[in-house]
Design a protein around this ligand. Structure first.
Ligand SMILES: NC(=O)c1ccc[n+]([C@@H]2O[C@H](COP(=O)([O-])OP(=O)(O)OC[C@H]3O[C@@H](n4cnc5c(N)ncnc54)[C@H](O)[C@@H]3O)[C@@H](O)[C@H]2O)c1
Ligand SMILES: [Zn+2]
Length: 712
């Protein structure tokens, strides 16, 4: 059950505000305001009032209801505008979000007064702002030292951490026992969520340190893989991992929290009546000793130049992490400097968040069109009002399938505002409506195939056109896939070729490629003798491709390149694969139930069987390579389960796999407790992190790896 929020206006942490009814004038305040035309002061004040009201409304939905009305990106633009206006005016309205941390508390939770306040973070959006932050730090240190020359502060050094995007947690331990857990709330008082936090397996219920009371801070998160799994079967999919974590923790029913399988990273000891730390390193060591889950990406730097470098590398690794981050946090390591620099109303002066480019925004869903894929699957493609996201202009988004449209409550969403998210390079996905209750136009599902007019069938969440023999987009993509590099590798063959063969020669299935003659090809538009001969020769050559490539070329649903290789390696024979049972298939590594079912039903289809027989009779070999020489058993790699990740420069991934297998290693795709060794090339991401977390040996030096392969 979700708690009802209070209905009154959101309020800030009174403890940190100076006066509710007067304008607050910061110490050094340039009074002139530079705003376009008219009476500048009035315009600026009005705009400030407007922004304060709007931002407070957004904050209420974000912090208190865990249901944002706008993306962080859109919020931040308005927030920055307000900061600029306030700086120019030299005033801050008493209700300004720039003066306060977090939002209103939810009723139903026991309030917890933090033993030390929890802060927000200053932010830098680019390198210049980061340098400004550092200059300010340096200046404050110089000022301090000029007044305290007998005991000056040391040169600052820096720690860089990831900025996790979840919900702040504050855990209270007394005499080694977890006695309270709370949200950040307004920074002074949070909501007690002990029962909810106890469902997080990585939160220790007791710790070795038992000397009085401490408060430890971290971030409650939902791993992206967990979110994906949850959403696969959830009646109501969750829009993003941040809101999923926040909504689960601020839910009165801890069972709901437990279902979300949250995790947490800890990064700060906020209060302690016993221990003191000289620097961040000591504090992190304390957290580790007390078995708190600490993120492995923490780096320390003596110079500020290094900080910039490491920020760039974090940006590159972002997509490979299994949790959301919205930036990195740079902190001064030395605790004396931290104390000397102190805090503003809202954040510490000794830390700054470097914000990354947003991956989420909102836009209007304009229309939906339907595309026919290789297997006859019909996928909806959404056209949205064009919007900038992570440096590109987005106009198209995916909606996956009709089942997804229903589950995401998008059936009546045409013309409404929706959240969209970009991950990696795929086209952005529509996550859901901004305002669930608000309906727009209906997305009509097609009853007939948009390409061939055949009546569609719904199977599970998808619509299908079953007119395999006569539906052009299916035929063209089936043949194009068949001829592609990783499949039969027919040189010079392109989608255009497939289209021409379909349109001009009525080619309907891959098998017919092997019946084409010179006379057929020479008739084609823009085909000369040379081109026709080249294509014939390339088709002829493709007959010799091995079994794994042939299986991949067939385009079995849910079956990728690595699976077809597993099949070929295990069975070594096409007819054995065609008659394999689900049980036999699922006993193989990396083949699950869905894949096994797909394979069995694919080969049970008489149409597919006929096509395969025809190809074999026309000379396609589809043979497994000669059985490899007996595996080596005395190499460093023999008998080991190895995972390759990241980019290797001297060896391709396939070559490295082959050589490892020849030395008797088993190469698998994912890191688990069963993994013996991880080979990490450049830009290795989450697999490397996981290996380190599990304490699995890692080889990060490619030369060392090659040396071992060579038996040196
Ligand atoms: N979409 C909306 O409507 C809306 C409304 C309000 C705020 N926001 C978003 O909230 C953010 C600003 O508010 P904020 O004060 O909650 O957060 P913040 O960005 O100022 O950061 C402070 C928080 O960062 C977290 N954090 C993660 N990793 C950390 C680390 N390694 N060290 C220290 N802290 C770490 C902590 O939980 C801490 O409370 C902005 O990104 C803003 O866009 C969005
Ligand atoms: Zn069709």
């Amino acid at each position: 059950m979700k708690v009802e929020p209070e209905t009154e206006e959101p309020t800030g942490p009174r403890e940190f505000r100076k006066s509710k009814d007067s304008l607050i004038t910061p110490a050094a305040s340039p009074v002139s305001i530079h705003i376009k035309e008219g009476c500048p002061r009035m315009d600026a004040m009005q705009r400030m009032e407007q922004l304060v009201e709007q931002l407070n409304q957004y904050s209420y939905h974000y912090y208190t209801l865990d249901q944002p009305l706008v993306s962080d990106k859109e919020y931040d633009v308005l927030y920055d505008e307000l900061v600029a206006l306030e700086a120019a005016a030299g005033v801050q309205l008493p209700d300004s979000p720039t003066l306060r941390v977090g939002g209103e508390l939810l009723q139903g939770f026991k309030p917890h007064r933090h033993l030390a306040p929890l802060w927000s973070l200053d932010k830098a959006q680019n390198e210049e702002q980061l340098i400004n932050w550092n200059n300010r730090v340096q200046r404050l240190i110089t000022d301090y030292n000029s007044k305290n020359s007998d005991n000056p502060l040391p040169e600052p050094t820096y720690v860089v951490e990831l900025k996790f995007d979840g919900l702040t947690l504050n855990l209270t331990y007394t005499d080694g026992k977890l006695v309270q857990a709370s949200t950040r709330g307004n920074g002074a008082v949070g909501e007690g969520i002990l029962a909810q936090v106890k469902t997080i397996k990585s939160v220790p219920l007791t710790i070795p340190y038992s000397d009085g009371t401490i408060e430890v801070q971290g971030e409650g998160i939902m791993n992206l893989s967990v979110l994906a799994k949850y959403n696969e079967i959830a009646a109501e999919p969750l829009k993003n991992a941040r809101n999923a974590a926040a909504g689960a923790l601020r839910n009165l029913n801890p069972r709901t929290t437990a279902e979300r399988k949250l995790s947490a990273f800890f990064y700060n000891v906020g209060y302690s009546d016993g221990v003191q730390f000289g620097n961040h390193q000591e504090m992190m060591a304390f957290l580790k000793e007390n078995r708190f889950k600490v993120n492995p990406y923490v780096t320390y730097h003596d110079s500020f130049d290094k900080v910039m470098e490491v920020l760039h590398s974090i940006v590159e690794q972002r997509a490979s992490l299994d949790y959301l981050i919205d930036g990195a946090v740079i902190k001064i390591t030395d605790m004396r400097i931290r104390e000397a620099l102190g805090y503003t109303d809202k954040f510490p002066r000794w830390a700054v968040a470097f914000k990354f480019e947003a991956e989420e925004t909102t836009t209007i869903l304009e229309s939906v069109s339907w595309n026919v894929g290789r297997t006859g699957k019909i996928t909806p493609l959404a056209k949205v009002e064009s919007v900038e996201l992570a440096g590109v202009t987005v106009q198209n988004c995916t909606l996956n399938n009709v089942g997804d449209i229903e589950r995401k409550n998008l059936k009546f969403a045409l013309g409404t505002r929706v959240f969209i998210r970009r991950s990696n390079d795929v086209i952005p996905e529509i996550l859901g409506k901004v305002t669930e209750e608000q309906d727009g136009g209906e997305i009509l599902y097609p009853e007939n195939c948009p390409a061939c007019g055949f009546p569609l069938e719904q199977r599970g969440a998808h619509l299908f056109c079953n007119n395999r023999l006569d539906c052009k987009p299916q035929i063209v993509s089936r043949i194009t896939h068949f001829a592609s590099r990783d499949a039969m590798d027919i040189e010079t063959f392109s989608e255009k070729t497939a289209e021409q063969l379909h349109d001009e020669l009525n080619v309907r299935e891959p098998a017919e490629l092997y019946t084409l003659s010179f006379e057929d090809l020479i008739k084609l538009d823009r085909f000369g003798e040379k081109k026709a001969n080249n294509l014939l020769q390339a088709i002829q050559q493709s007959k010799g491709r091995d079994l794994a490539s042939f299986l991949f070329a067939l385009g079995i649903p849910n079956t990728g390149k690595s699976t077809t290789k597993v099949l070929a390696d295990h069975f070594c024979d096409l007819s054995a694969i065609m008659s394999a049972t689900v049980e036999e298939l699922t006993s193989l590594p990396d083949i699950g139930g869905i894949v096994a079912e797909s394979i069995v039903s694919f080969f049970a289809d008489p149409f597919m069987q006929a096509g395969i027989q025809k190809m074999l009779s026309l000379g396609v070999e589809a043979k497994a390579p000669e059985a490899a020489a007996a595996p080596v058993t005395d190499s460093f790699f023999s008998g080991k389960t190895v995972v390759l990740t990241g980019t290797l420069h001297q060896l391709g991934r396939d070559e490295a796999t082959e050589r490892l297998e020849a030395l008797g290693a088993k190469v698998t795709g994912s890191v688990s407790k069963k993994t013996d060794l991880v080979i990490a090339g450049e830009k290795a991401g989450s697999k490397l992190t996981k290996a380190k977390e599990l304490g699995i040996p890692v080889i990060e030096d490619e030369d060392e790896f090659i040396g071992l392969l060579d038996g040196k």
